[in-house]
Design a protein around this ligand. Structure first.
Ligand code: ZN
Length: 202
């Protein structure tokens, strides 16, 4: 089994190939054949649904490499915790990456909802906004509230941090795996501008 550090190195190297325009992933029938009976991805990614941030592509990984959960705003709700738990318990994954990104539409929608409380989005969209809200709300009480771009930048990071925290403490299963040193949860941010994924230490 790959260690968490080895898994992170593989992701970082893949992202570097992607940034350099040297992606090496080609998917063949032979690989599909090898994967029909089983899978054993080496990392779990909780990312945003944004069409510009497909996890396999930005990390230059192939079929069977990543167990990916994508949801607008890379939020953590019970079904996301369940998906991560399932993968962590079933496969040799030592790392979970919460992958947020610059210019996230879900974060922007949350800022808008907080600024215009009378124009509430649909209840379905509100279920996402409400999960992002705590990360944004605290920033709205600082000087950042007057600088939309800066506010969004900080809110994206604070939302990534919130999801990392929620996964770390989201369930007894996750806490036990982390306690036993079998799993780490890290945050990362994809830059729409450069394609680079920056990993955070928190
Ligand atoms: Zn997004």
């Amino acid at each position: 089994m790959m260690t968490a550090q080895e898994a992170l190195t593989r992701l970082k190297e893949g992202n570097q190939r992607y940034v350099d325009g040297k992606c090496s992933t080609v998917i063949s029938q032979e690989q599909r054949n090898q994967l029909t009976a089983d899978q054993n991805p080496f990392a779990i990614i909780l990312g945003c649904s944004d069409s510009r941030v497909p996890a396999e592509i930005v990390f230059d990984q192939g079929l069977g490499d990543l167990f990916v959960i994508r949801v607008a705003g890379n939020i953590v709700a019970p079904s996301q915790v369940g998906s991560v738990e399932f993968a962590a318990a079933s496969y040799d994954c030592a790392v979970v990456v919460v992958l947020g990104h610059t210019g996230c539409g879900a974060v922007k929608a949350t800022i808008n909802a907080l600024k215009n409380p009378h124009q509430a989005p649909s209840s379905n969209l509100m279920s996402i906004v409400n999960r992002v809200r705590p990360s944004v709300e605290v920033l709205m009480h600082t000087e950042l509230k007057d600088d939309e771009e800066k506010l969004c930048r900080h809110a994206v990071r604070s939302n990534i941090f919130a999801s990392v925290n929620q996964l770390r403490h989201g369930s007894a299963v996750m806490e036990a795996l982390i306690e036993q040193g079998k799993l780490i949860v890290v945050g990362a941010e994809y830059s729409l501008e450069t394609g680079k994924v920056e990993f955070f230490d928190f």
